[in-house]
Design a protein around this ligand. Structure first.
Ligand SMILES: Cc1cc2nc3c(=O)[nH]c(=O)nc-3n(C[C@H](O)[C@H](O)[C@H](O)COP(=O)(O)OP(=O)(O)OC[C@H]3O[C@@H](n4cnc5c(N)ncnc54)[C@H](O)[C@@H]3O)c2cc1C
Length: 408
């Protein structure tokens, strides 16, 4: 067993430096322009693909890093570069993880490479779960998948919303109800291959932050996919549904459900994104406070400013430690008995909001303008307390886990 250490190993340090170089040299200089354009930054994704940073191989290596720190380290550095550009680079990973978590080996081998394309022809993928009337309450999902046995095809109808890369993706992963009576236990995930008739992009949203990342509705109108596009396969689905029906008639659900365990393992990655944005804003504020002179001295000489910076740095470091703990637990198969994954996401995302607001304050009037990056970072930070489960939902999950009551 490895000795306990808070230090990254030499390989991890080298990878972190490499990502940091890309974030500093390619992402930072382009961030303001793509924020204004509100368009998918294909040239930046392509640059990342050229050096192997946007690729299945790179993410698989980080995902399977035995220390668990590969993904949080990657997220922190990329989101330090810029949140909107970074989400455009890592958004595909959300769909890829959906396939990795539920797909057969054949499905993983067939579809994940198509999600990324190659350096000369990059593609992105989308994960579509949220709906206009089913955001926090996933069990209210209306999108329906019905099996057509004669043709061995699934027919999918419904409207998805808020899908990152929705409509511009090559491969869409869509969650749909196959047995609406079972709530979230009656859901299944489907691959929608490129150019499938019936799938179209609805409204593209104009957003407050992470504006370089494409977010849109996805309309599914009699979309037909082969039986092989059901993630995990029909046999596994039928077994799972039978177990869920048995439990429903036996009264109530079990606390430890598989979806919850998956969320606990994936939420620290969002926490790490928030740490990246918070650290970026803190660094700008620290530099500014050391150089900006008022009343004949640098503003950091005022305790009112210096104490804010002390709080900012302390919260950022605490967030990273919570994220690293939860990531380590996930890779070592430790049970999230206190919802430690949700804790890390809750604390880090609230920290990013607070710290970026403090950075705006420390920069004074300059902080309020688009001449300085903290204005953008503050807008970007608002997403972390909303997507992948709002802060209220994280608190609900933590509280219910502590109380020992079922999480729906
Ligand atoms: C930029 C962006 C990208 C996204 N990307 C994706 C994506 O790729 N794929 C995808 O499927 N989804 C995506 N989402 C959707 C995101 O996960 C949802 O927005 C989120 O889950 C919240 O759902 P909602 O917006 O419907 O809010 P609602 O669920 O309507 O919540 C509204 C408010 O009520 C609160 N609330 C709700 N229920 C409770 C409760 N029981 N107790 C206390 N408070 C409660 C919430 O915390 C929130 O403050 C994205 C969203 C955004 C904004």
């Amino acid at each position: 067993m490895a000795e306990f250490s808070f230090e990254l190993n030499d390989d991890q340090k080298a990878v972190r430096e490499w990502i940091h170089g890309f974030a500093a040299d390619v992402m930072r200089p382009a961030a303001a322009e793509w924020d204004e354009r509100e368009e998918t930054p294909w040239p930046i994704i392509q640059e990342a693909a050229k050096i192997g940073l946007y690729s299945l191989d790179f993410y698989a290596q980080q995902y399977f890093d035995p220390t668990g720190l590969g993904i949080p380290m990657t997220m922190e550095e990329l989101f330090w570069g810029d949140a909107g550009l970074a989400l455009s680079i890592v958004g595909t990973g959300l769909a890829a993880v959906g396939v990795l978590a539920n797909g057969t080996e054949e499905q993983i081998g067939t579809w994940i490479p198509q999600m990324y394309g190659d350096a000369n022809d990059v593609k992105v993928a989308a994960f579509c779960s949220s709906e206009p009337d089913a955001g926090s309450d996933v069990s209210a999902m209306r999108t329906r998948a019905v099996y057509d046995e004669a043709k061995d095809e699934w027919v999918i109808n419904g409207t998805k919303t808020w899908a990152t890369n929705g409509g511009i993706a090559s491969v869409h992963v869509v969650v749909a109800a196959v047995d609406p009576g079972l709530g979230s236990k009656g859901h299944a995930s489907f691959i929608i291959p490129p150019d499938t008739p019936g799938l179209s992009q609805g409204q593209k949203f104009k957003k407050h932050g992470i504006r370089a990342s494409h977010t849109a509705e996805v309309v599914l109108d009699n979309v037909r996919v082969p039986g092989s596009c059901l993630l995990g396969g029909k046999e596994k689905l039928d077994e799972r549904l039978a177990r869920a029906r048995e439990r429903a008639t036996a009264g109530g659900e079990r606390l430890k459900n598989a979806a919850m365990a998956t969320f606990e393992a994936s939420r620290p990655a969002v926490g790490a994104m928030a740490v990246g944005t918070a650290r970026a804003a803190y660094e700008v504020a620290l530099d500014y406070a050391k150089t900006r002179q008022q009343f004949g001295r640098p503003i950091i000489d005022n305790q009112g400013v210096a104490f804010q910076l002390a709080d900012m740095r302390t919260r950022i470091d605490a967030s990273r430690l919570l994220v690293w703990r939860a990531s380590w637990m996930a890779v070592n198969g430790k049970p999230f008995d206190s919802a430690e994954g949700s804790m890390s996401k809750l604390f880090a995302s609230e920290t990013a909001k607070t710290v970026t607001a403090q950075a705006v304050q420390i920069l004074g009037g300059n902080g309020f303008t688009r001449e300085y990056p903290v204005e953008r970072m503050h807008r970007d930070a608002a997403i972390y307390t909303i997507f992948e489960g709002t802060s209220e939902i994280q608190r609900l999950v933590i509280a219910r886990t502590l109380a020992g009551v079922p999480i729906r």
